[in-house]
Design a protein around this ligand. Structure first.
Ligand SMILES: [Zn+2]
Length: 177
């Protein structure tokens, strides 16, 4: 099954090709416009990026700010920061979208389905009756909610959490304490 409706893919390809060929997960948080980049929240050592080819509305990735390609290279501080941001993210999605469950996980290496070597943890909200998580790996799903809507919903939900502020770049700043 091919993806039937994904206009943002075109935008993504265009954006990627007109800038450098470096790592997108290093480049996007440095670009200075979090809404354009689809970065919805930042912690001290990690950030939350909407997947531009989402499996479901609210599909995001938790990404260490440092260019790390393997979980074994993360420092203790980065591990704690990342896992706390995963907790915050699940909370934000729960409050905004009320899913029935979640999938979280990482695809390591090309054979594991990882398309970008910079480490990233998927968080995918699930509803009763949607299809299998394996579709994430094949990018096969009809998307029913525009990315901009998901972004706005999650931004508001993060902003309602305690110990948050707003970054100059636009994302919600989440304290990891
Ligand atoms: Zn990187």
């Amino acid at each position: 099954m091919d993806e039937l409706f994904a206009p943002w893919r075109i935008e993504w390809v265009r954006r990627s090709s007109r800038t450098d060929d470096g790592c997108p997960f290093c480049r996007l948080p440095a670009a200075g416009d979090d809404e354009e980049a689809l970065i919805v929240a930042r912690s001290e050592r990690s950030y939350v990026l909407l997947n531009n080819a989402p499996y479901n509305p609210g599909h995001v990735m938790i990404i260490p700010s440092r260019h790390v390609t393997d979980v074994r290279s993360l420092s203790d501080e980065e591990i704690l920061d990342r896992e706390r941001l995963v907790q915050r993210t699940i909370d934000a999605i729960d409050n905004a979208m009320e899913p029935d469950g979640f999938n979280t996980g990482a695809n390591l290496g090309g054979a594991g389905g990882g398309s970008i070597p910079h480490l990233h943890t998927h968080v995918v909200p699930r509803w009763q009756g949607d299809t299998n998580f394996m579709a994430v790996l094949d990018d096969t799903k009809v998307i029913v909610q525009a990315l901009e809507d998901s972004y706005e919903e999650l931004l508001q939900s993060f902003a309602e959490q305690p110990d948050t502020s707003r970054c100059e770049t636009g994302a919600v700043r989440v304290s990891s304490d």
